[in-house]
Design a protein around this ligand. Sequence first.
Ligand code: NCD
Ligand code: ZN
Length: 339
Amino acid sequence: MAKEIIIDKPLDMHLHLRDTQMLNLVAPLSAKYFSGAIIMPNLIPPVTDKDMLIAYRERIKKAIGDEIFKPYMTLFFKSDYDYKFLESIKDELSAIKLYPAGITTNSEGGVEGFDIEKLKPTLEAMSELNIPLCIHGESNGFVMDREAEFIPIYEKLASSFPKLKIIMEHITTAKSVEALERYENLYATITLHHLLITLDDVAGGMLKPHLFCKPIAKRPEDRKALLKVALSAHPKVMFGSDSAPHPKHTKEAPGCAAGVFTAPIALPLLAELFEEHNALDKLQDFISTNAQKIYNITPPSKLVILQKKQMDIPLSYGDIVPMMAGEKCSWRIKEIKVK
Ligand code: NCD
Ligand code: ZN
């Protein structure tokens, strides 16, 4: 019999579901295979108040129909959120996502200049109310150095607000892995694509627009450091796909949109990767258990049975091209059991 592994309550702790037509296309693909996901707020306009957040959650629920899937909602960080507002919305959200202004897709309304003093009242309120802070940690410097240049800001935040849970989103460098160890309140998400590729895969040969994302994939030694903590399911790291769909014509264009689409193929590819490294026994913690502890959540029951049997990765989902389109994966999803 082909080798199998069961993942209980898989979670995607960083997911872009978009809105309208795109939402209707991609949300069911995540809802089918995952038990829940942290939903990014970078819509146009971004999710910045309670009505918007609840309305977006309802649109997601409508798009997924009967699937058992919990959308863990987030708000787009604004430095004028006060304690009263945050208290009123606390029960509806799982985290607040902070983007430096203009650093990535739909982040124009993010934080300008990064003056921690200016952010202090909001961060203090979040800390008191126990609302985790997710950060897209990149400076506006040279593209390969952006994440490393942001680390001092992570450190300042972590030491100034020791009770605030800070999640370094989609880390791509060995330096970020090291920073994790230095502060108790720093955690991280890691994507599938940053575990599989380096900058060479994106731009070392023919340019691969479907592998272009923010933060850009880095050096082999960075990938190695990410693999080390992911494959050992370090308790401070969790899987967050950063699956970020863009229509094909905006990726295969002179100005290519940033984002890699992986949600529907992430679980089989993770199984393949973990098996290759003899780490299948760590997959459950990386894909779910660590995140449950870090976020203190109990997702709805769902068992995903993965089987070592070859699967063809589709060329597209509607007008979205996934990572590794047309390639093969040695694992597939055999069955999903909802209790
Ligand atoms: C994301 C998107 O398209 O929304 N793009 C990306 O390259 N990862 C935004 C983000 O998470 O940076
Ligand atoms: Zn993202």
